[in-house]
Design a protein around this ligand. Structure first.
Ligand SMILES: Cc1cc2nc3c(=O)[nH]c(=O)nc-3n(C[C@H](O)[C@H](O)[C@H](O)COP(=O)(O)O)c2cc1C
Length: 261
């Protein structure tokens, strides 16, 4: 058996949760672990194949109650062969709406058997005041315990076929809605270290001037804001600031992970 942990994670919270669970399962089952980071556009040129000896752990952040549009086609192209899968939706303490159901349905139609699912909380991309610092130690503790339970389930099932589990969510899925075509701004703290340019998932930030971002390419993942060592990147757009304020006013009460197994 081989554990393959795949994640899209601009601000690294989905990566943290996915890898914590994956490492625990691999350790318990004394099997190998491969991580497949699909965050950057260039990471998604090839679609790996999955056999029935593989276990796929797929971790995605929730964008507008759905899986991020930018990875939708790629996820649809994943093909399993009675491959056991674990799905993880990481959301910013508002709601994960239909994201888990969407992931389950896509994998179920593509030859995977979803044996466990989890909705975990990560610091909100738009504001560090919502779900600050999450996943925190309590979340990671739950993630590790979840990994233990998944390992037990995988051992019990072996190579037998199993129906994909039920998760929360509605179909037809929530409409994504439009975000304004804007990008984070840059202040004078910028030292042109180019960290943001190099890590931007969509190559939206100029290779010669990191203060310039192509708004047509920007997906507002806020990776540049969170990674900048000088706090030089920030959201200045009125609409994004309004959303951030709405989130701070209404979704600051701590939510806990939800597990389906
Ligand atoms: C464009 C966009 C839309 C988002 N929509 C939601 C949402 O519908 N519900 C929610 O709770 N969080 C939402 N978030 C917050 C992210 O799901 C959350 O911060 C997640 O931890 C980010 O994952 P990452 O660190 O792996 O990038 C959104 C973030 C972005 C950038």
């Amino acid at each position: 058996m081989k554990i393959k942990a795949m994640y899209f994670s601009p601000t690294r919270t989905s990566e943290k949760v996915t890898m914590t669970i994956a490492r625990k399962i691999a350790m318990k089952l004394k099997t190998s672990l491969e991580s497949i980071n699909i965050t950057k556009n260039d990471d998604r040129n090839e679609v790996p194949k999955f056999s029935n000896n593989d276990v796929l752990i797929l971790g995605l952040p929730v964008y507008a109650g759905r899986i991020p549009e930018i990875v939708e086609e790629y996820i649809h192209n994943l093909k399993g062969n009675m491959t056991k899968a674990i799905i993880l939706a990481i959301y910013g303490n508002r709601d994960y709406d239909d994201a888990l159901l969407e992931m389950r349905n896509i994998l179920d139609e593509n030859g995977f058997e979803v044996i466990a699912a989890g909705a975990f909380i990560g610091e909100h991309s738009f504001t560090e005041k919502v779900a600050t610092g999450r996943p925190d130690e309590k979340d990671l503790e739950e993630a590790r315990a979840f990994g233990d339970s998944i390992a037990v389930k995988l051992e019990d099932i072996g190579n037998n076929a199993i129906e994909s589990i039920e998760v929360k969510g509605n179909y037809p899925y929530k409409e994504r809605g439009e975000l304004p075509q804007v990008a984070p701004s840059t202040n004078d703290n910028c030292t042109e270290c180019m960290d943001c340019t190099e890590t931007c998932p969509t190559n939206a930030i100029s290779k010669t001037n990191p203060k310039e971002t192509d708004t047509a390419k920007c997906i507002l993942c806020c990776e540049c804001i969170k990674i900048c060592p000088e706090n030089a990147k920030f959201n200045a757009d009125e609409n994004i600031l309004k959303i951030a304020k709405m989130l701070e006013d209404n979704f600051s009460k701590r939510k806990d992970p939800e597990l389906f197994i």
